[in-house]
Design a protein around this ligand. Structure first.
Ligand code: PGA
Length: 264
């Protein structure tokens, strides 16, 4: 795990966007794993700007989103389909047929989840997976105690996640109880992961993820076992890390070519 601490969420988001843009330029047929929530919004704004200003080309890119609410139609304003079109897809030249988001209205959920996994594999696997982290340590919607080798499936949200996500709905009662989510095993199969976390409310869980034991109680801690994960956080979210000085030292003393791979 590489931990990069930037002064602000905006600075960290710009690096996330640059890492994704670099991946797309290096391999125009890249497969991106994408996330929703408040955290990746700035990253998507930067990617839209890079498309509009620098011609970043999404025409051959394929995407797979982490999750979706069960029971919400794609055009429901709080669905993750709506979110992705609103904040990214409608602003770039991605082909709609190359966008994949779990279908919250799937009739046969186990079969749909198997097909989602098959499609990721058929596309050659995810090159770069963008992630947020829930206050309870979830990645995707893999709530605490999710199997660390889980695959795409239905999950039941915790009360805490329902509360956290109620800001996207009129009330907490409207947040669906069930979701479809890539599993932790699915996420671990991606070639690289970029996890973003901002603000003091994420500080405690970031410390558990990075420095705590690997445990299903903190699903994001599984990423300690991932070959290439970059954790991009702001100052506020770094507040509980015991080895913060070391992460900063590492970043400041990188060989120039390594810094260029991240920052250019
Ligand atoms: P947030 O959610 O970006 O809205 O904080 C993160 C998550 O639940 O993964």
């Amino acid at each position: 795990m590489e931990v990069i601490i930037k002064p602000t969420a905006g600075d960290a988001s710009l690096i996330a966007a640059k890492l994704i843009a670099r991946q797309i330029r290096h391999k125009p047929t890249s497969v991106l794993g994408l996330a929703t929530g408040n955290t990746p919004l700035d990253t998507y704004r930067h990617l839209v700007k890079m498309h509009q200003g620098e011609g970043l080309d999404f025409s051959r890119v394929t995407t797979f989103n982490l999750d979706e609410y069960v029971g919400l139609a794609p055009d429901h304003p709080a669905s993750y389909h709506s979110f992705m079109w609103e904040y990214l897809f409608k602003h770039v030249n991605i082909k709609p047929l190359q966008v994949n988001i779990p279908n919250g209205l799937a009739k046969n959920i186990p079969e749909h989840c198997r097909e989602y996994e098959d499609k990721i594999r058929a596309c050659g696997g995810i090159d770069i997976q963008l992630l947020g982290i829930g206050g309870d340590g979830h990645i995707g919607f893999n709530e605490p105690c999710s199997s660390l080798s889980s695959r795409t499936r239905i999950k039941t949200l915790t009360r805490r996640t329902i509360q956290d996500n109620s800001t996207f709905f009129d009330s907490a009662e409207q947040v669906p109880l069930h979701v479809l989510t890539m599993g932790i095993g699915t996420i671990m199969d991606s070639r690289s992961c970029v996890l973003l976390a901002f603000g003091t409310r994420k500080a405690e869980i970031v410390a558990k993820m990075v420095e705590g034991p690997i445990s299903a109680m903190v699903p994001a801690s599984a990423l300690q076992w991932h070959e290439k994960t970059t954790v991009l956080i702001d100052e506020e979210a770094s507040g509980k890390l015991t080895r913060k000085d070391y992460y900063q030292w590492v970043y400041q003393n990188k060989p120039a070519w390594q810094t260029a791979e991240i920052e250019s």
